[in-house]
Design a protein around this ligand. Structure first.
Ligand code: AMP
Ligand code: MG
Length: 337
């Protein structure tokens, strides 16, 4: 069950639009085939390169699945995934090729990816079989999978279990769902100590100082619900460095043009021709699999950008025209007064 991760039916997470609305593109909307990417080197869409891209896209749209696969194979590109995924991969390839060529011809900067690193986070939390909407989830696993956007690889992982403070005994349902046993959380540190370790881990990698980075989650709940509730329970302010993130479900839906009902982790993996690796609902394994989807999207030409933020306790959409700033340097958030 992955529906709990996001409010696709408008249940308890209230996503507000930050001076934007859902009809307008949000920042996860990756450059469309035949349209100008945000960082295109040619400022005018009337540049002949866009006509060439539009023509190539029209041709790709008319190709059968077999033709797409043959073309991808000829170009030594990945041939896995459903038809829409293959189409998008081929369009991105031609667009990148044409824009790079055009930038080389005009000697201008083709523009790079906005972040050096992406931290994929997928929390596990205490739960019951039917969590009431006001259930006080406490984080029991804090994993991070670090992606380099330059090498397109997973370059590091962090994992700590967390001892819940309010309700230290896990329900049988929670143990069965997450595979996290009572002895693991009994032996773990409470959340503030783990958050200190996270801050140190991020700082050691010079994220936010030497390198630009941001967070990425599968749905909005990891930050807007689990981290937000946990900070209140632990009497901590919400960390500034985790205020904005990439919701990969939105990015995936916008990039491959699929409805939000097809952006569950298992469906995203399936449609990319990938299989889940590890144990579902293990925070670290979930994070690794989300990272695999993100890597594939980057390889397919998606410019993953921050698209959600928590502001004054409210979940907001970050509009597409907002500058793609990296997260601030990690630091201890301090306690609530
Ligand atoms: P996930 O990342 O899908 O493993 O879910 C994160 C957290 O959401 C879990 O650790 C649980 O606290 C909660 N959760 C996930 N699935 C369910 C479910 N079917 N019923 C109740 N809580 C759930
Ligand atoms: Mg999980």
């Amino acid at each position: 069950m992955e529906e709990h991760k996001e409010n696709i039916h408008g249940k308890d997470v209230n996503v507000k639009s930050n001076g934007d609305n859902d009809d307008k593109p949000d920042s996860t909307k990756c450059p469309k085939g035949g349209e100008a990417p945000p960082q295109a080197s040619n400022s005018s869409f009337s540049h002949p390169v866009y006509k060439e891209i539009a023509l190539a896209n029209g041709h790709i749209n008319r190709m059968s699945k077999e033709e797409l696969r043959a073309k991808l194979s000829q170009l030594k590109l990945d041939t896995r995934g459903v038809k829409d995924v293959m189409k998008k991969r081929l369009k991105s390839h031609y667009k990148k090729q044409k824009l790079t060529q055009s930038a080389a011809d005009s000697d201008s900067d083709p523009g790079g990816f906005p972040y050096d690193y992406i931290c994929v986070v997928d929390f596990e939390a205490t739960c019951e079989e039917d969590n009431p909407p006001d259930f006080l989830h406490e984080i029991i696993e804090f994993p991070i999978v670090l992606i380099s956007t330059h090498t397109l690889e997973i370059v590091g992982t962090f994992q700590e279990y967390v001892k819940p403070q309010l309700y230290p005994t896990l329900s049988d349902f929670c143990v069965n769902l997450t595979g996290i046993t009572q002895d693991k959380v009994d032996a773990a540190k409470p959340f503030p100590a783990v958050l200190k370790q996270v801050v140190k881990w991020l700082a050691e990698r010079e994220l936010g100082t030497k390198y630009k980075y941001t967070f990425l989650t599968d749905g909005a709940w990891d930050m807007s619900k689990f981290l937000n509730i946990q900070c209140r329970v632990s009497q901590l302010r919400y960390p500034k460095f985790a205020r904005k993130w990439i919701n990969i479900r939105k990015s995936y839906g916008n990039f491959y043009k699929v409805p939000r009902t097809q952006t569950k982790l298992s469906t995203m993996l399936d449609n990319l021709g990938l299989q889940y690796e590890g144990r579902p609902h293990s925070g670290l394994d979930d994070s690794r699999n989300i990272a695999r989807v993100a890597l594939r999207m980057l390889q397919d030409g998606c410019q993953l950008r921050v698209n959600e933020e928590l502001h004054g306790g409210q979940l907001l959409t970050v509009p597409s025209w907002a500058p793609a700033e990296g997260a601030p340097p990690p630091c201890w958030p301090g306690s609530r007064k």
